[in-house]
Each structure stands twice: as C-alpha cells, then as structure tokens.
Design a protein around this ligand. Sequence first.
Ligand SMILES: Cc1cc2nc3c(=O)[nH]c(=O)nc-3n(C[C@H](O)[C@H](O)[C@H](O)COP(=O)(O)O)c2cc1C
Length: 434
Amino acid sequence: MMLPPSHPDQATKWENVILPPTKDLHKIDVYRQGGGYGALKKALAMKPEEVIEEVKRSNLRGRGGACFPTGLKWSFMPKAGTKAKYLCVNGDESEPGTFKDRQIFEFNPHLLIEGTLIACWAMGITAAYIYIRGEYGKWIRMLERALEDAYSNRLVGENILDSGFTTQIYIHKGAGAYICGEESSLMNSIEGDRGYPRVKPPFPAQVGLWGCPTTINNVETIANVPVIIERGAAWYAGVGSPKHPGPLLVGVSGHVNQPGVYEMPTGVPLLEIIHKWSGGVPGHKGIKAVIPGGSSTMVLRGEALEGVRMDADSLKAAGSSVGTAGLIVMDEDTDLIAVITRIAKFYYHESCGQCTPCREGTGWLWKLLTRFEAGEARMSDVALLMDVANNIEGNTICALGDAAAWPVQSMLRQFRDEFERRTVDRPDDAPVSA
Ligand SMILES: Cc1cc2nc3c(=O)[nH]c(=O)nc-3n(C[C@H](O)[C@H](O)[C@H](O)COP(=O)(O)O)c2cc1C
C-alpha cells in the first residue's frame, strides 16, 4: 500500500489535492479512475492562450524558490517564430532542507505528467524535459514507469487524446550537482555541457535550450496546473493567502516529533506547522531558530515566530523568504555555529567556480566558520565574516552566491552574541551584542 504521509487531523483541516491519500495513486489506472487526465482533456478543448489566462488568474506562484508568477512566465514565451520551444521541469531538488518534489515523484507522478502536457499545450511546446536529481534512484524508476504507462496509454506522444496535439516528454537525470538546479545551468547540463550558469539577459524565454525559447518551472509548480484547470482559477485563488495562494508542500525537518512533507494551504502560521502538523519539539523544548524555506533562506529567531505565516509576504515581512518551504527547526540546545558551518561547507562544495566572489568567498566563509566552531576565532573575525558574505551577495552570475551569503549574514545579525562568545580575545566583561 502506498500512501503519502499525512497528519492525523489533516482530514478535518484540509483536503489534499497534490498528494491525496489515495492508495496506489502512482499507478495510471488508479489515477485515471479518480478523474486523472481529465484536466488535460479540458485544457485541450481550450485555446492555448485561455489556459495561460486561467493560470494567470489563479495567481499561482512558482514553487522553485523565487515565487515568480507562473502565468506571467508562460506569457513570455513567443507565440510566433519557427524555432522549437521547450519546457524544462526542474526536479533537481538538491537544497538542504528541501525534499517535497520527491513526494510528487513517488505518490502522484501522473499529476506531474498531466501538468507538463497542459503546460506544453498552453505554450505550443513539443518537447519537455523533466530534470530529476541523479541520487533519486527509486523515484527516477517510479517516474520512468509512470511515463512509460502514459506513453502506452497514448497520453503522451502523437495526437494526444485525438486532439491533433503532439508532444514528447524526456526524463533527464542530474549527476549530483546542486548548481544544476539553477535554471541556466540545468539547460547547459541537458545540452551535455558543464553545469555553468549563463549570463542573463538573454532570458530563457528568448534564448534557452539549444538557443530556443524555453520555460523552466519547478515540479510542484507544474503539479498545481491540472488542479487549476480542473477546479478553476477562482477556486485556486481563494485557497490560503490571496497574494500567494494554493496548496503548498511544506517539508519539515530538524527538531520536530514528526518530520515529513505536509500539504496545506499557504499562510499557515509557522508555529502551527511546528506544533500541530509536525507534532511539536521533542522534550517540549523551546525553539531557538528556524530556517523557513530551505538552507538558502534567512534564519529567524524562535521568539520572532509569533504571527509569521508560511507565505511569501509574511516571511518577507519577517526578514526571510518562503523559498521552497523547507522548514528546518532548531531547538534551544542547538549549536548554531555548528549548523552554519555545515551549511557554509555545502555551498563551498557546490560552488561551480565560475565567479570569483563565490568560488573564493564560499571557501573563505567556511574556513572562518571552522575557526569559530573550534573556539579559535578573534573578535575581528566577526566583522570579517560579514564582510566576506557581503562581498559575495549580488556579485555573481547566479543566485548561488546569494544563497551562500544569506544564511551567514542572517545568522550573524540574529545571533551575533553566539559568534562573539566563541572568540578567544573577547573580554570576559564585554557586553553581549544584541
Ligand atoms: C543554485 C540554485 C539551485 C536551484 N535549484 C533548484 C531546484 O533544485 N529546483 C527548482 O525548481 N529550482 C531551483 N532553483 C531555481 C531555478 O533557477 C528556477 O528559478 C526555478 O526552477 C523556476 O521554477 P518556478 O518558476 O516554477 O519556481 C535553483 C536556483 C539556484 C540559484
């Protein structure tokens, strides 16, 4: 029996639409019995521009980290021209704390395939690539099986559902590089080149895969599309927070009793996610800090969580971002210097090396942090650490540099006292920084 994990009280709170608790939903027959591929049929009866309008009206915002409005992104694709057009569905999912697309591969892969087909129809695309994290062996096999079944049911390929529309879907496996989740590196990787980010402009909608117009969307973003077409944009726009609506897959990890991926409307308070959905903090300990949206988002203090909600605006106002809704919870006993040192090591390891500030700066951040961790840093290293982070932020081709700088900057701003306490030359009677 295959069921997505769900909260015991979830049925009374929220009806899952991305990961419904239907047994064996990953099987094509089960998916179709529940009405699956009905949204595709509906979309094929609409004009492509009507589908884009519907997605625009739904206010769907990308689930890949930047919250960019999906319908608007789709409308950037040129309507005229003779060049091929491509869709890349981004399932690289390599950011620490982020593991929600995996649930779609496992529990509802046909929703993703159906969404991919609708997106292709809307944008006049005849080939889509689903880029999947290379380490996801089990989930690659599950997705391949689902795609084979969709092909043999003539839902993908030539003349889909006798509509005259033809499109192909290919699965492309990554090879273990976080940078290949960045959209332009992803395209280079598909082309067989080194996963280096490209300079923008030109943007992918003009010059993308093999120099052709391309749209890149996250797996969860695309999985929302059949729901919008089936239930209508008005329904979708009314779910959760009005400016960032819809169902959201929230991955909770760290110090909670029931870590996992929970589907909920956007806008649920972070404290409710921790205490109700995820079973609270083990031993009823206090919360020292949380990282709300995957390791690249800014850390928040536990005391500052009252009233903060899991949506783009609320987290922005709180000084962080929703990112990929990968909520990492750290209890009162957590050694935050150890946490940030480990995060910094990840970014150092994953920097592609193309831009000097990131290539050199991420290593420098990590080395400085190991000094703090070992209790060998000097007071002047606190300012130096911030200076190095500030010199990476905004000075690189892609956002990996920012992703490396933000956790360090925010940890320093929020918990400066912890850094100062780990220095060798801090006078014992020095006041603790706020
Ligand atoms: C270093 C780096 C890694 C990224 N990794 C992913 C990823 O694994 N999955 C993803 O969807 N987006 C990732 N992104 C964001 C993509 O560049 C892109 O914005 C996203 O796929 C767009 O999808 P959306 O509009 O549906 O959110 C990453 C960005 C950076 C800078």
